[in-house]
Design a protein around this ligand. Structure first.
Ligand code: NAD
Length: 483
């Protein structure tokens, strides 16, 4: 078993002040594959001090210098894509076949780099010069379900803005972040600009969120932890960007291609073993069409090949941990107990798999919108099919959630589809399964979050805004914002 004894602070691999280790468990074999040193509050102090010291220079780096830095990070990352896919297969059970997990980050880095070429950091409004300046030291806290992508999006927009940072990955997936740190080190990220402190949410995450030397917290994770981070950060009035949970609905209108909608929904919901924040985990179908759509759902769910995520033929790996496995089992049993109709899947491991945190792809019909399987984020391959009476009823069900992350609509009527998209109270809507774009903002309404990531909206999360008066002549040479 490999030992990882270091954090990364002030440009150097550093042992924690009080070393403690946690085992990283491979969810396929349930065996420990690595032992990783965890930091504590004293390490966060050191990392924040390093990031503060580095801010003076890095915040004044030129746009050209940051573009070249991102280019070097991309090259260094590209050399390791195979290693990344192996590491996340082992630490998080994510199939090697899931190209989006390792190639997606490259695209996000390219978008951030290209944006730097056109973004106006200095412009004019009235007779003021309006400057967009890096916000300062950022605390980046990320989850395990997209372990590299969530981290890359945060750090690349932070670097593009000229910020310095302290990052903490999930305890379940520290290995990919250690590899990512190697990438940044090799690419020549200046000393102190990026620091990595592995550790628990309760200790390291809280030390980061409360630290007076941190100007912003960018957090991706559960709504429960996000509430705590927001409350902690409020004491020092930090900017907080929260990307939280979801319970997204897919509204299939009666004129939709039912088979296409059903198959797409299963793939999108069960992709990544259902561990995706935007998963369409509520499928809203007209009451008269429920029986018609179910066979397509069952057939599509049966197409997944469950097994070792290192095998490229595997399309569904295990869930990340014993805890996550138990939570999902609890929800499936809860759905049965609440009287929903189990269409496929159910409790227990899938047939033929005697170890590993594997879950059966599960579909429930006759789900009442008030049942827990319809209201709580399960974060596993579990779909709730909910009948509706008419379009307004469907929209009311979709919006009747504390979450508002994603939304989906299937119909052959484009105008009607757009009307529904306008009505849904969620940050990202997709019509007939349209692909998303990494230039466009992503984030949640309601308890799915605060702020937006990706593209220009994502960059601006890491910028402060300053109005400067008395320089009218200089202001007049500048482009007008919204001009
Ligand atoms: P989690 O909330 O348990 O942990 C996320 C991160 O927060 C981890 O690094 C953890 O150590 C840290 N953390 C936990 N408690 C903390 C605290 N009190 N203070 C500071 N940090 C703390 O979430 P998870 O199980 O790792 O990830 C799954 C969740 O993430 C799901 O709810 C999912 O919807 C959400 N998610 C959202 C998005 C999005 O873009 N909205 C993207 C990916 C995942």
């Amino acid at each position: 078993m490999k030992l990882y004894p270091h954090l990364f602070i002030d440009g150097a691999w550093t042992a924690p002040v009080e070393p403690r280790y946690i085992d990283v468990i491979d969810p396929t074999t349930e065996e420990a594959i690595a032992s990783v040193a965890m930091g504590g509050a004293a390490d966060v102090d050191k990392a924040v001090a390093a990031a503060r010291a580095a801010f003076a220079d890095f915040s004044n780096s030129t746009i050209e210098e940051r573009i070249r830095l991102i280019d070097r990070i991309i090259s260094s990352y590209e050399k390791r894509v195979d290693k990344f896919s192996e590491v996340i297969a082992r630490e998080a059970g994510i199939p090697r076949a899931s190209r989006a997990q390792v190639y997606g980050p490259i695209q996000h880095m390219q978008v951030a780099r290209d944006l730097l070429r056109s973004y106006r950091f200095v412009s004019r409004l009235g007779h003021a010069i309006v400057r967009r300046e890096p916000i300062g030291v950022c605390a980046l806290i990320s989850p395990w379900n997209w372990p590299i992508q969530t981290k890359v999006i945060k750090l690349i927009y932070g670097l593009a803005a000229g910020c310095t940072m302290v990052a903490k990955p999930s305890e379940n997936s520290p290995l990919s972040s250690l590899l990512l740190t190697e990438v940044l080190d090799e690419a020549g990220v200046p000393k102190g600009v990026f620091n990595l402190v592995n550790g628990s949410g309760r200790e390291v995450g809280q030390a980061m969120s409360s630290h007076p030397g941190v100007d912003m917290v960018s957090f991706t994770g559960s709504t429960g932890a996000g509430r705590v981070v927001g409350a902690t950060a409020a004491a020092t009035v930090k900017r907080v960007s929260l990307e939280l949970g979801g319970k997204s609905a897919n509204l299939v209108l009666p004129d939709a291609d039912l088979e296409k909608a059903a198959r797409w929904n299963i793939q999108r919901c069960f992709f990544n073993t259902g561990q995706s924040c935007h998963a369409p985990s509520r499928l809203l179908v007209h009451a008269s069409q429920v029986e018609q759509i179910l066979p397509f759902l069952v057939d599509e769910a049966s197409q997944f090949r469950l097994g070792n995520p290192l095998d490229t033929a595997t399309t569904m790996g295990p869930t990340v941990s014993a805890r996550q496995f138990e939570t999902i089992q609890h929800h499936i049993q809860g759905g049965i107990d609440e009287g929903a109709r189990l269409i496929c899947g159910g409790v227990g491991r899938p047939e033929g798999l005697t170890r590993g945190y594997f879950v059966k792809p599960t579909v429930f019909a006759e789900v009442d919108p008030k049942m827990k399987i319809a209201t709580e984020e399960i974060f596993g391959p579990v779909l709730a099919v909910i009948p509706y009476e008419n379009q307004d009823h469907a929209i009311a069900i979709a919006n009747g959630s504390i979450y508002g992350l994603g939304g989906y609509v299937f119909t052959s009527n484009r105008a009607q589809g757009y009307e529904v998209a306008k009505e849904l109270r969620a940050g990202r809507i997709s019509f007939n399964g349209a692909a998303t774009d990494s230039l466009a903002p992503m984030g949640g309404y309601k308890q799915s979050g605060i702020g937006r990531s990706m593209g220009v909206f994502g960059l601006e999360e890491y910028l402060e805004t300053k109005s400067v008066y008395g320089f009218q002549e200089e202001a007049e040479t500048l482009p007008v914002i919204h001009g």
